[in-house]
Design a protein around this ligand. Structure first.
Ligand code: PLP
Length: 395
């Protein structure tokens, strides 16, 4: 650290210099985040100091958090809605705002493990969960930190998890299943109803990771059952900082029953509340305000328009890619396209080096992964495909 403080001018010149190194989402086809809505940015600024880790001091920000949970609960067909207020619950279904999908997934699995440890189910020393092979890498972190075995079930030809493979991995030490509604790499939706049936038959918890799909699936023309309407679903991760157009960090975790939150509780002796259910201590009240503001401002109609726009780009990309000889691995359900191209790793490298396109690669099978977000335009798609054609023709 410098000994003497720099002037405001010097600081901002330094920051602007650093900011110029960011992509600002220009030619970015690899991200599930985007520019937050300007209403969210303003709301975030207004609550910049609010700490949801100490709820008693920030009653207003906490009220906004509860409102977000209520809106998300309605969106995800939760039977009744509530949020923890220190050491009591307003009603049955509940949740809280997290830093994103990773934290939500960690907490959902931690809840499963704690409930089992609390004697709800008799399992061996190392409990296990069964997840799809396509699960986000946050589950690698869970495997590493939670003392739980993470079993990976195979995918079918449409890159959805195969329920038969899930069933074959369930044993007496299994505590829960995970299904993905909007896989990171393929935008695919797992067969949530079949997984729910397996969960109910085997008395397992069932977490749905809708970190990306949660703000997409409810607004699509085609409807897919993926939320609390499906009876076996016990928890859902949904991220306002992805297709919800809120500021980073904004994730959310919803539980069907307060017993999950109870299982996550620790005492907080020197705070204004008696206990805490969250993974992080200090939490951003600004994110709660941002998410509340953008959800109320856009309403259902606004999110439908947002998804329609991204789906329009997706259809355009798929149709025009076909014209130059590239097929998607699966027909996209949402705004994620996995495109079959020769030598995807090299193509990716060349697209970035020669034309500044940020794209990514799916793991298995390897293909070019493209996410069509609100920051992309129809012109982007046309230019991208021209550049893709050049790169692949010169391979
Ligand atoms: N789950 C899914 C399905 C995701 O696509 C992602 C991120 O892309 C995550 C979890 C992790 O979210 P975050 O990076 O906000 O922690």
């Amino acid at each position: 650290m410098n000994n003497q403080g720099l002037s405001e001018e010097e600081i901002f010149s330094y920051l602007e210099n650093a900011k110029s190194e960011d992509t600002d989402y220009y030619r970015v086809l690899s991200s599930m985040c985007t520019h937050p809505h300007k209403i969210a940015v303003e709301a975030h600024r207004l609550f910049i100091e609010a700490n949801l880790g100490d709820l008693g001091l920030f009653a207003g920000a906490h009220r906004l958090e509860k409102e977000v949970i209520k809106m998300l609960g309605e969106l995800l067909h939760a039977p009744s809605i509530g949020t923890p207020s220190g050491n009591s619950f307003d009603s049955s279904v509940c949740g809280y705002l997290t830093t994103g999908g990773t934290e939500s997934n960690i907490q959902a699995v931690r809840g499963m493990k704690n409930l089992v440890n609390a004697g709800k189910k008799d399992v061996g020393k190392i409990p296990n969960i069964v997840i799809p092979e396509s699960a986000h890498f946050s589950f690698d972190k869970i495997a590493n930190m939670m003392g739980i075995e993470v079993r990976r079930a195979l995918l079918d030809s449409e890159l959805k998890v195969d329920p038969a493979s899930v069933e074959s991995l369930i044993d007496t030490n299994t505590v829960g299943l995970v299904g993905i509604a909007g896989t990171t790499e393929f935008g695919q939706i797992d067969p949530i109803e079949e997984l729910s049936r397996l969960a109910l038959e085997n008395e397992l918890f069932f977490h749905v990771d809708a970190a990306f799909g949660g703000f997409v699936i409810p607004f699509l023309e085609n409807q897919y059952p993926f939320d609390f309407e499906v009876p076996g679903v016990t928890s859902i991760a949904i991220d306002p900082h992805k297709m919800g157009l809120s500021t980073i960090p904004s994730g959310a975790l919803l539980f069907r029953s307060p017993s999950f939150l109870e299982s996550l509780k620790v005492s907080t002796p020197y705070l204004t509340t008696k206990s805490q259910f969250t993974l992080t201590g200090t939490r951003s009240g600004a994110s709660a305000a941002a998410t509340c503001a953008v959800m109320k401002h856009l309403g259902r109609e606004g999110y439908v328009k947002n998804v329609q726009y991204c789906m329009h780009l997706t259809t355009k990309l798929v149709e025009e890619a076909r014209e130059i000889g590239f097929e998607p691995l699966i027909k996209p359900l949402m705004n994620v396209v996995a495109l079959k191209v020769p030598n995807p790793d090299l193509v990716r490298q060349q697209l970035l080096k020669r034309f500044g396109w940020n794209v990514s690669i799916t793991r298995n099978p390897r293909s070019l992964r493209l996410v069509l977000m609100p920051h992309n335009t129809a012109l982007d798609i046309e230019e991208f495909l021209q550049d893709l054609k050049k790169v692949t023709s010169e391979l």
